[in-house]
Design a protein around this ligand. Sequence first.
Ligand SMILES: [Zn+2]
Length: 422
Amino acid sequence: MNEKIILSRALTTPRDGCGPLLQGSGENAFSLRQQVFEYVRAHGQAARADITTALGISPGSATTLTADLITSGFLREFEGRARETGRGRPKVGLEVVPNAAYVIGIKLAFNRHTAVLADFAGKVIADASFPSGDTRRPMAQLLQETQNLVDRLLKESGISPSDIKAMGIGMPGIIDHSTGTVAWSSLLEVRNEDLTAAFSERFGMPLLLDNDANMLTLAELWFGEGRAMSDFAVVTVESGVGMGLVLRNQLYRGAHGMGLELGHTKVQLDGALCQCGQRGCLEAYVADYALIREAATALGHSFDTSKNPEDVLATLFERAKSGHTAAETIFRRAGKYLSLGLSNVVQLFDPELIILSGERMQNDYFYAEEVLDTMEKLTLNEGRQSCRVAVNAWDDLVWARGASALALSSVTATLIDEMRAA
Ligand SMILES: [Zn+2]
């Protein structure tokens, strides 16, 4: 039986460090200089002796590499006492210089856009959020909405635009991270749009674009439960069903940056119509619009589905909770399809943990015992440990923080590469 775990919504503070605690190896390995930097950022504060031991390098190399990083203005020394007790001999340690660079992370979404401005240590300096509506829009409008978020962040933080070194954006849809192209998004009227080019030109800084589920997965990898885990998956349910996967300490995107579209895996041949235009996709049975469609059919005239989707779903949930059988069946049926999707994830990737997230996790039907039990039953468990499933309470800033991690990791690699070239 799968043990139900509810994760806390608190994310780590910069003092505890941020970023993956396990670093990539082989062809995914950072340069040694960046490994030193990432070690310090991940641990918040670190002594040279800890770096020497953790990275298996000589004390001489640790001294040279940290000296370079200090001269370049990325790390600084501090003299403190042991953190736990505040007593003992003062110890010289290293920490990230927070104002060495700033980044912006944005989640563009249905109903509400959110954004954060973070420093080089990963600390959020300012956040912003605007209602966004629920219709597809032209590109120019999406650019303007992003501009409003950026303006608000700059005003609130007092940081100069020239100190922002990159922007990370997560949005729903089928997005090629490597080319920065949006093949399709429920937010945009157009298809196959080179969003990165348009945004970089408008804001005059590098833009990293990815789908929103990857942003949430990065947030778990940088600030949450996944920091010390090498293989885990995140599954989100809201206006669509998203998935992110970390394999061997790295976000996995597939050969064309379009992998892990769990929501569009087929669970029924010629089944219900999905918002992508195809039929039988998982999200056509689980996502918000699927629930609303079912409600319109099953509850008929007694149910007004013309209101804002959030309100419609809140009403549907209230009815289900108060014992309305048809309403309850809608959630339980969607939960069953979710079990099917989760079981496929376990069967394909054998993750250590699946984190369920997204706004719909407010509806406990999606992580009911029944869902976890069905998932177990559908999975071949011979000789395999059950995959743990955890639920992360919904907090919209987490996605934007994941987008800031995308920007931070890109900025770090660029700055440290430039150092090497110099
Ligand atoms: Zn689909």
